[in-house]
Design a protein around this ligand. Structure first.
Ligand SMILES: Cc1ncc(C[n+]2csc(CCOP(=O)(O)OP(=O)(O)O)c2C)c(N)n1
Ligand SMILES: [Mg+2]
Length: 517
């Protein structure tokens, strides 16, 4: 066995089943090894941001890592933006990057760069393998690190991938959580009993069903409010799930909502801060007077911590019922007439199939989607956690690979869609059930809005040309077709409904450009 085979075998033993790759010469021994031992299916992404975004989507869906295989420093650098989003989503991702042969490094070949420096900006764990024999231990430790909800990056020199390493160190190490102190949970419980208004701010795994169930028990026992930060990585919503309020994007609005609470308890979430430093407004969303409490660290199991807290508080054994339910009642009528962003959200909400996965990178057009009337069937929602555009189409691709039986719907802003549009090809190549809804307002609308907020009410020629996506307008239907995805354009709610029902009925990917004002 050589180092490449050891890498693949260990990854398979650690539970890795898919690899999103854009390899080069320095990764070819690993590519060859992927066929020598069966257990990992490889998917080609035509840009590294597609691979990393797909691994993020896969990790968010299954809470287990996909492997990403990237070519040297430049390949990793191309993928970094979506690894940044993965880090902010606390997604498990195993990134494997090839490195030049150790004996070749000193020659400073053209593609050489400081890979570790790039890796450390997004990775909770990173390492360059020291020998072929070590690769097994390296992979197993990397996978264990991902279980804490982080990106782990292993850099593997080409000569070590090729080197024979019979009877290597094989190791499977389980990522394990730090234990928490039951007295700390009791202290939180007694503070909650004595405070008038408590907000429970949920993040990470707390937004999956077991965490939400425990949070709903705490809500039943204390009357606390349930919140998520503006951009949750993964949240289960709709019928059967408790109502969790989303902090508004703009900081003044967010402060207005959260300042009603005396105590804010963080569970899997960190303290919210403004997206940007606006003049006249500080970094913090909470006021100085508000008390902050943290239920557990990122290295502890937040779901267990919530369940413990619910037990100590004497919450009911099942929290999600009755008044804190998002009801699964009747669907509303489909709107009619010329499409607007609001009508697009309402049409989707009215048509949404059971158990859908919504990948939301819709920027200004989808603000209304999070708070539609409570008739939605159960669904999972993933959002743009790190604000780095180009996450939606790859994330939807990874989600569809993780859960092929679930319909994936990608609500996607037109500017954002252009960063990693190549992911459509992977969707076509793999026949994935993804419906991409392009919110075609033909502008970087949010930047236009921010410019007005900042006092530039009559943008000059440069400001206009840097925020308008016209001359020529992007032809989305033809772009989709060029990648092998059926594509159409709609401008009314009725046509959108018609196209959605055909897209949901027919297997494989579809793209619908929604012309919006
Ligand atoms: C990687 C990256 N590059 C640039 C930006 C800056 N940026 C933020 S929003 C935006 C425009 C978004 O336009 P679009 O996706 O069409 O959404 P809209 O505002 O029109 O709803 C840009 C360029 C960013 N957030 N991330
Ligand atoms: Mg736009």
């Amino acid at each position: 066995m050589n180092g490449g085979e050891l890498l693949v075998k260990t990854a398979i033993e650690a539970g890795v089943e898919v690899c999103f790759a854009n390899p080069g010469t320095t990764e070819l021994p690993i590519v060859t090894s992927l066929d020598k031992t069966s257990g990992i299916k490889a998917f080609l992404g035509l840009f590294e941001g597609v691979c990393t975004g797909a691994a993020d989507g896969y990790g968010r869906m299954l809470d287990k890592p996909a492997m990403v295989l990237l070519h040297l420093g430049p390949g990793l650098a191309n993928g970094i933006s979506n690894l940044h989003n993965a880090r902010r989503a606390k997604s498990p991702v195993l990134t494997v990057v090839g490195e030049h042969a150790t004996w070749h490094r000193d020659a400073d070949p053209p593609l050489a760069m400081d890979i570790e420096s790039v890796a450390r900006t997004v990775s909770g764990w990173w390492r360059t393998s020291k020998s072929a024999f070590d690769i097994g231990v390296d992979v197993s430790e990397a996978v264990a690190a991902t279980r804490l909800g982080q990106v782990a990056t292993l850099i593997v020199p080409h000569d070590y991938q090729l080197a024979e390493c019979d009877s290597p160190k094989m190791e499977t190490s389980d990522g394990h959580f730090d234990t928490f102190d039951p007295d700390a949970i009791k202290a939180v419980a007694s503070r909650l009993r004595t405070s008038r208004k408590v907000a429970l701010m949920l993040g990470g795994r707390a937004l999956r069903k077991p965490g939400l169930d425990a949070a709903a028990r705490i809500q039943k026992a204390t009357g606390c409010g349930l919140f998520t930060q503006t951009f949750p990585g993964y949240i289960e919503r709709g019928a059967g799930m408790p109502i969790v309020e989303r902090l508004p994007y703009f900081p003044r609005q967010a402060t207005r909502v959260i300042s009603q609470y005396e105590v804010v308890l963080f569970a899997g979430a960190s303290e919210p801060v403004a997206f940007f430093g606006y003049p006249g407004f500080g970094s913090r969303i909470l006021t100085d007077e508000q008390e902050r409490m943290t239920l557990c660290t990122d290295r502890q199991n937040v779901v267990e911590a919530l369940e413990n807290l619910a037990d100590v508080l004497g919450g009911p054994s099942h929290g999600i019922s009755g008044d804190n339910l998002v009801a699964g009642g009747e669907r509303q009528a489909i709107p009619d007439g010329k499409l607007t962003a609001e009508k697009a959200c309402l049409t989707l909400a009215a048509m949404q199939p059971e158990n859908a996965v919504i990948v939301d990178e819709s920027a200004t057009s989808g603000f209304l989607y999070f708070a539609p009337p409570p008739w939605l069937p159960a669904y999972s929602l993933m959002t743009l956690t790190g604000g780095a555009l180009g996450q939606g189409i790859p994330c939807a691709t990874g989600a569809a690979i993780a859960c092929p039986e679930r319909p994936v719907i990608n609500l996607e802003a037109d500017g954002s869609a252009m960063y990693t549009v190549q992911a459509l090809w992977t969707q076509a190549h793999e026949g994935l059930n993804v419906t991409t809804l392009i919110c075609s307002n033909r502008s970087y609308r949010i930047l236009q809005v921010e410019m007005v907020h900042a006092g530039n009410t009559s943008p000059g020629q440069n400001a206009q040309s840097l925020t308008e996506l016209t001359k020529p307008p992007i032809n989305w239907a033809r772009i989709a077709q060029g990648f092998g995805v059926p594509g159409v354009t709609v401008s009314t709610a009725e046509d959108l409904a018609q196209e959605l029902s055909s897209a949901f009925a027919e297997p494989g990917p579809h793209l619908i450009e929604m012309l919006l004002p």
